[in-house]
Design a protein around this ligand. Structure first.
Ligand code: ITT
Length: 197
């Protein structure tokens, strides 16, 4: 397993919700974290078939372009009664409406109809790539159930309709520090920090 010797990395994501969470989780480790927007990095086509493949595409592209280690996150919501959709298509599920996520949440809820099984999980793949193309890859997951109507104002994406196991509040109702203890992203990043830092 390769250690991160460099003290500066770029987050290979253009999603501001992810950037905030990743910066908060990585803050205690003393690594300077730049964002893809800071460096005006391009967005490669995410044509992988898994979260790991898409995270690898983003990390390798950003590390080469920025000439520094790059950390990418590919994540999504997997709804069990829908054969784990939208999965890797979670962001694209919100198209053509790019602003606000209500469109995707309503679409998902309509697709579920009166299905009794509301169980779901969030998955997150985190890949660190170095400019020489080397990578280390990690995954995290949090299980829960979908609620309707959506509730809460924190977080981003599908957070208002996802209630993690052991809680009655949605991810968008929980304070950020609570979500960051148990989320799919926190769990994948914990494996990254345990291994590479
Ligand atoms: P980048 O590719 O630039 O990182 P993106 O938003 O396109 O940004 P993804 O392709 O990984 O990222 O899509 C993941 C989508 O899954 C994201 O847009 C959210 O809608 C959803 N998602 C992932 N993690 C989430 C979380 O913690 N809370 C709510 N929704 C989440």
């Amino acid at each position: 397993m390769r250690k991160l010797i460099e003290k500066q990395i770029v987050l290979a994501t253009h999603n501001i919700g992810k950037v905030k969470e990743m910066q908060t989780i990585l803050a205690p480790f003393g690594v300077t974290v730049l964002s893809a927007d800071d460096l005006k990095l391009s967005e490669p086509e995410e044509n992988g078939k898994t979260f790991i493949e898409n995270a690898r595409i983003k990390a390798v592209s950003a590390a080469k372009e920025a000439n520094m280690p790059a950390l990418a996150d590919d994540s999504g919501l997997c709804v069990h009664a829908l054969d784990n959709r939208p999965g890797i298509y979670s962001a694209r599920y919100n198209e053509p409406k790019k602003n606000g996520f209500m469109y995707a949440m309503e679409r998902l809820n309509a697709e579920l109809g009166d299905t009794k099984d509301r169980s779901a999980h969030f998955s997150c793949a985190v890949v660190i790539a170095w400019p020489d193309g080397d990578t280390e890859e990690f995954e995290g997951r949090v299980d829960g159930r979908l609620c309707w109507p959506a509730k809460g104002k924190n977080g981003f994406g599908y957070d208002p309709m996802f209630v993690p196991d052991g809680f009655d509040l949605s991810f968008a109702e929980l304070p950020a520090e609570e979500k960051n203890k148990i989320s799919h992203r926190a769990r994948a990043l914990k494996k990254f920090t345990d291994t590479c830092l």
